[in-house]
Design a protein around this ligand. Structure first.
Ligand code: IDP
Ligand code: MG
Length: 153
């Protein structure tokens, strides 16, 4: 059961919100069988995004990335389930949508790396950091879906 409680941080980026893709993106994770445990709608500050992307601060695209990410509201979420970090990354597709396989979220719904509509944690460790950065402990809700025994054997 403990393995099913792995968590990842997924965020619809400003272009995903502006293009009306919030529902579509949530639906992909819901239909897969993962459990939503936190969600909000916020217009993030540049300061928060600089922290979120601190690993990329030396990259030439960093200023543009922070500007893009702070250009409008985003939808940060926490999803829970067995191997959710790795599986969610596979569901997202490659960072550059030009390389994302058809059938992945990015592969189906976007075209350029600078407008790739959503974020997903790349490891269990970064998921923990990102969840703590975007949510308080109280905002992450533990619950048991009625269908849990039909998703897991
Ligand atoms: P990831 O989002 O798939 O984890 P990262 O390498 O962590 O990819 O990069 C974070 C975000 O920075 C990407 O999702 C994308 O929005 C942006 N990004 C990455 N590489 C480039 C680039 O070469 N040009 C513009 N934006 C980039
Ligand atoms: Mg990343």
């Amino acid at each position: 059961m403990g393995e099913q409680r792995e968590r990842t941080f997924i965020m619809v980026k400003p272009d995903g919100v502006q293009r009306g893709l919030v529902g579509t993106i949530i639906e992909r994770f819901e239909k897969k069988g993962f459990k939503l445990v936190a969600l909000k709608f916020v217009w993030p500050s540049e300061e928060l995004l600089q922290k979120h992307y601190s690993d990329l601060s030396s990259r030439p695209f960093f200023p543009g990335l922070v500007k893009y990410m702070s250009s409008g509201p985003v939808v940060p979420m926490v999803w829970e389930g067995l191997n959710v970090v790795k599986t969610a990354r596979q569901m997202l597709g490659a960072t550059n949508p030009a390389d994302s396989q058809p059938g992945t979220i990015r592969g189906d719904l976007c075209i350029q790396v600078g407008r790739n509509i959503l974020h997903g944690s790349d490891s269990v460790e970064s998921a923990k950091k990102e969840i703590d950065l975007w949510f308080t402990e109280k905002e992450v809700v533990g619950w048991t879906p009625a269908a849990e025994n039909w998703v897991y054997e």
